[in-house]
Design a protein around this ligand. Sequence first.
Ligand SMILES: O=C(O)CCC(=O)C(=O)O
Length: 404
Amino acid sequence: MAILDLDNHSSAPPCHSHAPPAAEQQQQQQQHLHQDHQFEADTEEEEERLLLLKGVRHLCERRTILKLPARYVLPPSDRPAPRDQTPRTTGSLLPVIDLARLRAPAERAAALADLDAACRDCGFFQVVGHGLDGGGGGGMLDVARRFFDLPFHERARYMSPDIRAPVRYGTSFNQLNDGVLCWRDFLKLVCDSDLDAVVPTWPDQPIDLREVVSAYARSCRRLFRELMEAALEALGISPGAAGEVLAGCDAGSQMLMVNCFPACPEPDLTLGMPPHSDYGFLTVLLQDQVNGLEVRHADRWLLVEPLPGALVVNVGDHFEMYSNGRYKSVLHRVRVNSARSRISVASLHSLPPERVIGPAPELVDDEKNPRRYMDTDFATFLEYLSSAEGKHKSFLQTRRLITR
Ligand SMILES: O=C(O)CCC(=O)C(=O)O
């Protein structure tokens, strides 16, 4: 869940609804670096620590790294298995959902059954026929790559110690809790149903970033809406109740996590992202052709082979709770490699942050389907993130009433 900082994943757009007006936010962002002297060090040790806080890209730009710094080295039990021993998702392991079939009246029932099976068995699927601009987000990946290629001082304008900042450049997973750092830098962009209000606070370099990313965010929101409508139908939710959830989706939260995983000198000792599940209803993931995403399935890690033009979609914690456990929010992680840098963009979607989420009443009955989860809200999630429990990266576990 992308639990991470509120950033990462995790989630529901942090406190977006309480964000200060755009100009004020921009001013605040620019003040962060100058104000708090967060990068000034008195000792060599401190200098080293601060260097790592500036992110993996900066580290690789400043030094030739032949050996992984100790802060990134995972204990042996948490390391990824060597690549040649990791099973890959080919064929039916990661189901492919064709939106064209969902849209064709004669094929919809069969496509809904496939979607239902994917959400129950795997929690992950790939979507083709989505019609997103650029054949699946090519423009988005390109502008993301150019953003991470900017000189550090440009990226650093968006660094902030405030994990709730709606625009934030950062590194690792959850800087608050990570004992071992992750080999990842990210740009978090909280989106809103009123996107026009937030776009002026986003980075102004590269010059086309705001235009390309906002178009991509809108496409993801439409795709999320369409998939939710289909999944609610597949679950058998009545039109009235489904309509209420869909209205919540329209006004709901969206967060883009733009991830960069630079090439890593010792990739088998670390991870780009540790095992986590996502906080919202659905996540739409765009990745370049460099693999790295691994999904937990049948007690092993499967490496997801990118399918050209496809988007990867996964069920998040909220959907598992809402479906009373029928749909699965599955652990996933990202491994890195020594040859190529990888870019991915996760779009995390949920209902508005103030909404309480719990099992749909029509999916609960005392005999066969007892309620499996407590109700939850965003405030509870924030508490979890800052607690010791937040180290385990599975908020969902803390909401379970029945563990089976
Ligand atoms: O990069 C990926 O493949 C996954 C990213 C992810 O899990 C996240 O941003 O939450």
